[in-house]
Design a protein. Structure first.
Length: 217
């Protein structure tokens, strides 16, 4: 929680500094960078994810959601000059996982990923520097850390060992964002399609509801 509060404070300070500039595009509230595809924007994101792991293997099932940090940076390109359709990608550090029980003991799976999303956005200009931006696409993720903790036994070990989860994940990302001036917020869901279990017979999949705020410039 302390990490999340410090990150939110840093983002608030960044937003305050950027807001003083004032030279932003009306529809998206950002600076305009022209290239062969049209406009380009850059963004910072910070938020929280509520994740779970669904598995056929009872040892790896963490069906109860756990909260984690979600932080990253994005870049977007307008695909067609005459239409507000954008391709957005970026890089996130996101904490996923889940909570469950094993032999009656509470167990927590922490799965920390570097995630690369690729989505298509459509910006609906609502006037007064406000826009609504539904999006749909996918993501690829690489596990970079995380511990599995058995609370009663006070045991902890890597979530990505041979008896745990695979490091690669991927799936569908969908949701909707909203922007006023340079301030941006979005609500979305990552649907894990890749089997992150090492087992050839049982499958394990992630699912993450995320809420992020940030700025576009």
């Amino acid at each position: 929680m302390k990490r999340i509060m410090m990150a939110l404070l840093s983002l608030a300070l960044t937003t305050s500094v950027l807001a003083q500039d004032g030279q932003f595009n009306r529809a998206f509230g950002r600076r305009i960078h022209h290239n062969s595809l049209g406009e380009t924007y850059y963004g910072l994101r910070l938020g929280v994810g509520f994740a779970r792991v669904s598995s056929d293997d009872s040892r790896l099932d963490g069906g109860t959601m756990k909260a984690g940090l979600d932080i990253g940076a994005v870049i977007g390109f307008q695909l067609v000059d005459s239409s507000p359709v954008y391709l957005e990608s970026g890089l996130y550090y996101i904490e996923k996982g889940g909570k469950g029980r094993r032999d009656g003991d509470r167990i927590t799976f922490n799965l920390d990923y570097l995630e690369l999303p690729i989505v298509v956005k459509y910006s609906i200009d609502a006037g007064y520097k406000f826009s609504v931006q539904p999006f749909l696409g996918g993501y690829l993720a690489l596990g970079v850390g995380g511990k599995t903790k058995i609370q009663a036994r006070r045991e902890a070990y890597s979530s990505f060992d041979d008896d745990g989860f695979g490091r690669f994940d991927g799936g569908i990302r969908l949701g909707c964002g909203a922007q006023y001036d340079i301030v941006y917020a979005e609500l979305g869901y990552d649907i894990g399609l890749a089997n992150i279990s090492h087992d050839d017979f049982d499958s394990s999949h992630t699912g993450t509801l995320f809420l992020t705020v940030g700025v576009n410039f």
